[in-house]
Every structure is written in structure tokens, then in C-alpha cells.
Design a protein around this ligand. Structure first.
Ligand code: COA
Length: 231
């Protein structure tokens, strides 16, 4: 099995720092435009890029985990290219990912003000993350920048596969923090009740950034899932 972790909107593969330490053979790619290359303009376009990435490397029996927008990419990948995959792990995500119009407006206003965007949005948002990881991650997020985050939120905003997730036959583990107010537990509950083979792990005391806030609990849930689907 090959474990691949896909980051979310405006982020980078390094958000999976603690997962990469635990699952040392896992791949944590940066999506195109984060910051190298050209951004994709829909979840489906990211999926096509990821399909090519998997094919080029000859990865087999892939277990695809994705955070937030990355979870949307994982779900869409399972619909479009199920043969690439052995299982899926959407984290802090959902089958529909509408974004508050006020967040989109904020990002439009900050498109040319990277420092203001860092000070008002990105630094406060990551205050719950381990300080060592903040030092690694924040400069990378700055390099990706507000325009990429806006691009990705627009991809999320038009993403809606609520009436199709029942077609996903792959084994799934859906993870969410109980304090997630960006993609509330209700979204994960929807996945757990509409995918034919989906378990749900609710991590207590964690927000949308659960993979960085509660890595031990997240890694142990993933470990258990990998054992289940290996048999
Ligand atoms: N899974 C299950 N239910 C979902 C869902 C999902 N992925 N997405 C939306 N719904 C539900 C909503 O909870 C709502 O249910 P209700 O009628 O019982 O209250 C219903 O479907 C309609 O939701 P929506 O179309 O999103 O419209 P809205 O007017 O309720 O809310 C937002 C729009 C943007 C305010 C809302 O989606 C939101 O608060 N999003 C989270 C904040 C955000 O911007 N997150 C960033 C995501 S990357």
C-alpha cells in the first residue's frame, strides 16, 4: 500500500509533518501552484493532476488521505479513478464545501497584501499548532500566498458531490475535530452515513487543523484503518 497525503486550500504538503514522521514512506506532495507550477481551477482539475502523479510514479494500492479541500480531491478521485485506490481518508472535509462570502471578500481585498493576510488570517488561524511546526509552515504558506488560497476556496465553493458520494464503494475513514467550525462534524457525519463503507473518527478538542493539533490521535486512527483494509 502507498499512503499519499493531500493538503488543503492555500497550504503545502508540510501540514502533514507529524503524519510523515509516523508514516515514513508516505508521500506528501505540494499541489501544483503551491507554490511551484500553475494552480488548478477546479477540484476535478486537481484530481486529474493527482491521477497523473500516481501513474508516473507507478504507485499501486494507494490509500489517499486529504485535508479540507484535499478531502474533496480524495472523494472526487474515488469517483473518477477508483482503480488507483485501496482506500480513502477525508479529514476535516465534506461532500460539499461552500465558503463564507465574507471570507472570499476578505481574500479579494488582501490579494496584494501578503503581510496583512498573514497577520490577520494565517498567523491567528495557526496559533493552536505546535510552535516548532509553525516556524516551518508559516514561511511556506506565505510563499503560496493569498491569491492561491482564494483560488482554492473558489474551487471548494463550487464543489458539490452530495448526491454522488453513495457511489464510492472504497473503504473510507472520515476524520474530524469536534470543534471544527470550518467544516463541521455534520459534514463528516454525512460522509459516514452516505458512503457504503465509511468509519468516522471524531477527535476531541481539535479544530479544523486537527492533523497538526492532535497528531497522535489522528495517526492512530489512520493506523487502525490501514490494518483493517490490509486484511
Ligand atoms: N455535508 C452535509 N451537509 C452539508 C454540507 C456537507 N458537506 N454542506 C452543507 N450542508 C448542509 C448545511 O449544513 C445546511 O443544512 P441545514 O439546512 O440543515 O442547516 C444545508 O446543507 C445548506 O448548506 P449551504 O448550501 O452551505 O448553505 P448555507 O446557507 O447553510 O451556508 C455557508 C453557506 C458558506 C455559510 C456555510 O456553508 C458555512 O458556514 N461553511 C463553513 C465556513 C467556510 O467558509 N468554510 C471553508 C470551507 S473550505
Amino acid at each position: 500500500m502507498k499512503l499519499i497525503f493531500i493538503h488543503g486550500s492555500g497550504a503545502v504538503g508540510a501540514i502533514w509533518y507529524f503524519q510523515k514522521q509516523h508514516f515514513v514512506d508516505a508521500d506528501t506532495p505540494d499541489l501544483p501552484g503551491h507554490p511551484e507550477g500553475r494552480l488548478c481551477t477546479s477540484i476535478e482539475e486537481y484530481v486529474d493532476w493527482l491521477h497523473g502523479y500516481i501513474q508516473e510514479r507507478g504507485y499501486k494500492d494507494v490509500v489517499l488521505a486529504g485535508h479540507s479541500m484535499g478531502g474533496g480531491i480524495v472523494l472526487m478521485h474515488a469517483l473518477k479513478y477508483p482503480r488507483d485506490l485501496k482506500g480513502i481518508i477525508p479529514v476535516s472535509s465534506g461532500a460539499r464545501l461552500r465558503v463564507l462570502p465574507s471570507i472570499l471578500d476578505f481574500l479579494r481585498n488582501k490579494a496584494d497584501d501578503t503581510q496583512g493576510w498573514m497577520d490577520e488570517m494565517i498567523i491567528p488561524l495557526h496559533s493552536t499548532v505546535d510552535e516548532k511546526l509553525q516556524k516551518i509552515l508559516l514561511p511556506k504558506l506565505r510563499d503560496v500566498g493569498p491569491a492561491a488560497l482564494l483560488n482554492d476556496f473558489l474551487c471548494c465553493d463550487k464543489f458539490d458531490i452530495m448526491d454522488r458520494v453513495g457511489e464510492i464503494k472504497l473503504p473510507a475513514l472520515a476524520i474530524v475535530g469536534d470543534r471544527d467550525n470550518m467544516t463541521p462534524p455534520k459534514y463528516t457525519q454525512y460522509l459516514a452515513s452516505h458512503l457504503p463503507d465509511c468509519r468516522m473518527a471524531v477527535i476531541e478538542g481539535a479544530s479544523h487543523l486537527v492533523v497538526m493539533e492532535k497528531p497522535d490521535q489522528v495517526n492512530s486512527a489512520i493506523e487502525g484503518f490501514l490494518k483493517q483494509i490490509a486484511t
